[in-house]
Design a protein around this ligand. Structure first.
Ligand SMILES: [Zn+2]
Ligand SMILES: [Zn+2]
Length: 169
């Protein structure tokens, strides 16, 4: 029991009996990808079970600045079909997770959590920004706040304060 209590609360829901596949694309459309998740993102795809995917509005320093709404599909269930070579990556903190942006339009696509989860002995997942959904409609999503990454080291505020302090010298 005590080990269950200390386990981190992962931001993705347990899989249901249903799954659905969704198209995503960056703002300029160069990068187009698909993702399969279970349970489905939209109530209309749950076949009456009403088990809908709970996406998270993450409060880490990156998501706060970019307004990302995240789902966490298994890496094997995401496919970058067009324009993957147009991805640039940004790493921060422990630098283990590349955060992808489109080189052309700057859209924030998601991040690869695979290396981090693998180190913890877990199945590899991506964090996918649902704002890239084709026909994005926030009202169709079930969203909850997620604060587990909020205090992830290093301290972001200290880092930024350090930059300002340099300016002031
Ligand atoms: Zn783009
Ligand atoms: Zn985040």
């Amino acid at each position: 029991m005590s080990s269950e209590k200390s386990a981190p609360e992962w931001p993705w829901p347990p899989a249901s009996d249903h799954q659905a596949t969704y198209d995503l694309h960056c703002h300029c459309g160069t990068i187009r990808y698909t993702m399969t998740v279970s349970p489905p993102l939209y109530a209309e795809h749950t076949q009456g079970t009403e088990q809908q995917y709970t996406a998270v509005e993450c409060t880490c320093s990156w998501c706060q600045r970019n307004g990302e709404i995240m789902a966490h599909p298994l890496t094997k269930n995401v496919s970058f079909d067009h324009g993957a070579e147009n991805r640039s990556e940004y790493r921060f903190g422990s630098r283990i997770a590349p955060h992808w942006v489109c080189k052309t339009c700057g859209s924030t696509l998601g991040a690869d959590l695979g290396p981090m989860l693998k180190k913890m002995g877990m199945e590899e997942r991506l964090a996918i920004n649902l704002r890239m959904l084709r026909g994005f409609d926030r009202s169709k999503l079930k969203i909850k706040p997620a604060s587990m990454m909020e205090g992830a080291p290093p301290n972001y505020k200290e880092y930024i304060d350090g930059l300002y302090a340099q300016n002031d010298k």
